[in-house]
Design a protein around this ligand. Structure first.
Ligand code: PAF
Length: 281
């Protein structure tokens, strides 16, 4: 496994590889990241993983400085997973002095995470566009847990004609339903016990949808009711949106993205489930 810190080294290592999968990460890897690596290994000739805690996607009051990091552990996990290239740039390699370009994706980046975290998606889109240009992967792998991020990245990739196939892989969960996230490491034992409420609320919406409920506000209220029973959980948003446009729905036709952001003290967790009518035989 080659561990590379500079763009020049990545470009040199990229030469001669016909099919390359990229898994962009901010490190502190968990089984969710490894599932993306595994999928990339199955679908691509070689796999690159980037580890970069991207400062431009954090707001001034967010957790950049305390974001969990453990590079030796991450590298050991990636070596064991059979990854060929790891790109671990310093911030100045990605954002050298004088850097002043931002990739702003339009409407899909506006609501939900975009509204709660102003500037977040411009930071994500800018760094992902740069990673695509540096690594030049044939495919890039993202997790469904960050559903809106995937929509933003797909939109950007299409709009800028970037020659990368964006693959979105299912969320990996703990046995109690909590979606794997590097931020779970911040939770106190009490908050960790309370945190599966996200999945319980989403599952409640899914169950009502399966029983035929199509009124979006009724489903949002069903999620809010579940969360209201957990005093540690403070709602940031509860959403039932069109999974392509991210616009809030009134009535659901065949598909909807149920998503939510919940605070446990200083820790903010997100999760989602796609509600979809299954074809009747
Ligand atoms: O999902 C993440 O970990 C980050 O947003 C990403 C895609 C690596 C960009 O920094």
């Amino acid at each position: 496994m080659q561990v590379l810190e500079t763009i020049a080294e990545v470009r040199a290592a990229r030469r001669g590889l016909t099919s390359l999968g990229l898994v962009p990460t901010m490190g502190f890897l968990h089984a969710g990241h490894l599932s993306l690596v595994e999928r990339a290994k199955a679908e691509c000739g070689a796999v690159a993983v980037s580890i970069f805690v991207n400062p431009t996607q954090f707001g001034p009051s967010e957790d950049l400085s305390r974001y969990p990091r453990d590079l030796p552990r991450d590298l050991a996990m990636l070596e064991a997973a059979g990854v060929e290239l790891v790109f671990t740039p310093q911030p100045a390699e990605i954002y050298p002095l004088g850097f002043s370009t931002r990739v702003e994706v339009g409407a899909v980046a506006g609501p939900l995470e975009g509204a709660s975290r102003p500037g977040h998606f411009a930071g994500v889109a800018t760094v992902v566009a740069k990673l695509f240009n540096i690594v030049q992967p044939t495919r890039a792998y993202f997790g469904q847990k960050d559903a809106q991020q995937s929509v933003v990245i797909r939109r950007m990739t299409r709009d800028l004609d970037l020659p990368v196939e964006v693959v979105v892989a299912p969320t990996v969960r703990e046995a109690d339903g909590l979606a794997l996230s590097s931020r779970n490491a911040y939770l106190t034992p009490e908050q960790r016990t309370a945190a599966p409420v996200l999945f319980r609320a989403l599952s409640k919406a899914q169950a009502s949808f399966t029983l035929g409920e199509r009124n979006a506000e009724t489903l949002r209220n069903a999620m809010r009711d579940v969360i209201a029973n957990t005093p540690e959980a403070e709602v940031d948003y509860v959403s039932l949106a069109d999974p392509d446009t991210m616009e809030e729905l009134v009535l659901i036709d065949t598909r909807a993205l149920a998503s939510l952001a919940i605070r446990f003290g200083h820790t903010r967790l997100i999760d989602n489930l796609l509600l979809e009518e299954t074809a009747r035989l």
